[in-house]
Design a protein around this ligand. Structure first.
Ligand code: ASP
Length: 482
């Protein structure tokens, strides 16, 4: 018998209708054993629960009170979802009281642990109420399991926790429950029982860690899309849906632009060879996309997907005898690191180096992906080039703006003769000039840099040309082949 771990994100948890659909899934398949929940996501007309909790915790720390207005919004979110499911307001309020209990624990913790306690509460409140619905209204045999009770230990920064090895042994016990386990994602505790959370979007990671610990057969991730598309649907008209893709391929695609799940969440399941199935909650009978360790390749279709990112710039550094200067690459990378500018791609020649950087890397931004806010001021790109030039004593540093990077990915590309020829031919026929070309050492990807053109016209043409060269009729062919 399979053992399925299913994750429901903020969107799936943001309406009564969707909760009913999730319950149907458990009712119809007893192999679904663990339901990992995010907090309620965005509801029209209301701020999002996790954002409200972050704001409330920060206000409590700064001013001494958790504003009533924020509490009211948090309550309203839960009424909106659970009242239509016949959970009376009084029962909702009983569970919502937990929030006050936690706010009162302010003195017990340092500010970041307090933040973690409050921010993770969205997942707990939702999961406790969801359990009420599943057991009392749907009459399913389900129970809430708390990460503190099972020993879900995280380590590191309280707002950017990483799984502690000890947790896996504890989480393995979730396999022994006879009931459907309803488990809140995102939070845990450290070994001293202090509150901890993963970084934002961490429920993907909770579910992945549980899938690994329980040796799940499948890790299902329920979303509002049919699965993963072979190209950006905003650029390519009705791109085909990828039925199967390997972890390695998805890593390459996500690196440029595909937004699938929390990157760190893929690692534990990938190592344990557990397939991830991305499915649409509104069309549960469709297969969605499977992310797997290895897949059968169809030599007619060496490419699985075409990712692209527009609005990047190429930074060309030239220095005579660069190749003989030991540590030159290290100096460049250090400057980028110190300025907290992340590099998408590097190509080198004997005396030149081209670094591809997303233009937004130079904008003012919060640099930590978690909740700890590191704020970085805007960097003037031309001043940055000047700085690079003088620091590296380079002959020239040129910034070429308005570029697009396209990444063609597929395990089938390995040892395929003539693949680059097909790419360049498709671009030539569309009059697109290639400015940068790089085949990754894995032969699993080819990266092409081009000028984006006016209003991204060139980028649009190029992505479509490559997509149609390799993936046209992909779905039809799959269907015909059974
Ligand atoms: N609720 C958390 C967030 O908004 C965690 C999650 O949804 O995965 O980041």
């Amino acid at each position: 018998m399979s053992f399925i771990v299913s994750k429901f994100g903020g969107w799936a948890n943001a309406s009564a209708e969707r909760l009913k659909k999730a319950a149907d899934l458990f009712e119809s398949n007893p192999e679904r054993r663990i339901k990992v929940n995010s907090a309620i996501g965005k509801i029209e007309g209301l701020p999002k629960v996790t954002d409200l909790l972050i704001e409330g915790a920060n206000k409590r720390i700064k001013t001494g009170t958790f504003p009533d207005e924020i509490k009211k919004f948090i309550h309203d979110n839960h009424y909106k979802v659970f009242e239509p499911l016949d959970i009376p307001k009084s029962r909702i309020n009983e569970i919502m009281d937990l929030l006050d209990l936690y706010i009162d624990q302010y003195e017990k913790y340092t500010p970041d642990y307090f933040r973690a306690l409050i921010i993770g509460t969205g997942e707990e409140l939702f999961s406790r109420l969801d359990t009420l619905y599943l057991t009392e209204i749907r009459k399913l045999n389900a129970r809430y399991v708390d990460p503190r009770e099972i020993g879900h230990y995280l380590q590191g920064h309280p707002l950017d926790g990483k799984i502690h090895d000890m947790s896996y042994e504890n989480l393995a016990n979730l396999r022994n429950y006879q009931q459907i386990v309803v488990y809140p994602g995102f939070f845990g505790v450290d070994v001293k029982s202090r509150p901890m959370i993963y970084s934002r979007g961490g429920t993907d990671k909770t579910a992945a860690d549980i899938a690994k610990a329980t040796h799940a057969t499948i890790y299902e991730n329920w979303k509002d899309v049919d699965g993963i598309y072979a190209a950006d649907p905003r650029i390519v008209d009705h791109p085909s849906l990828i039925s199967e893709v390997t972890y390695k391929e998805i890593r390459e695609l996500s690196y440029i632009s595909f937004d699938v799940l929390h990157q760190e969440a893929m690692i534990p399941v990938m190592k344990a060879s557990i397939p991830i199935n991305i499915k649409n909650l509104l069309k549960p009978s469709e297969n969605g996309t499977f992310i797997v360790n290895s897949r059968q390749l169809d030599h007619h279709y060496p490419v699985v997907g075409v990712a692209h990112i527009s609005d990047v710039c190429f930074i060309n550094v030239e220095k005579t005898l660069m190749n003989e200067e030991i540590g030159f690459a290290d100096s460049i990378l250090t400057i980028f690191r110190e300025h907290k500018v992340s590099i998408d791609q590097i190509t080198t020649g004997i005396d030149t180096m081209c670094l591809v950087v997303a233009t937004d890397q130079f904008e003012e931004k919060t640099i930590h992906t978690g909740i700890t806010e590191g704020y970085r001021k805007k960097i003037n790109i031309d001043e940055f080039a000047q700085y690079l030039k003088s620091w590296l004593n380079a002959d020239s540093v040129q910034i070429r703006k308005n570029k697009t990077l396209i990444c063609v990915v597929g395990e089938g590309m390995i040892h395929t003769v003539g693949l680059l020829n097909r790419i360049t031919k498709a671009l030539t026929e569309n009059n697109v000039n290639i400015e940068l070309l790089d085949q990754g050492p894995s032969e699993r990807n080819v990266i092409i840099g081009i000028d984006s053109g006016k209003k991204n016209e060139n980028a649009f043409k190029a992505v479509n040309a490559i997509y149609h060269e390799f993936l046209n009729n992909y779905e039809n062919r799959k269907k015909n082949n059974g």
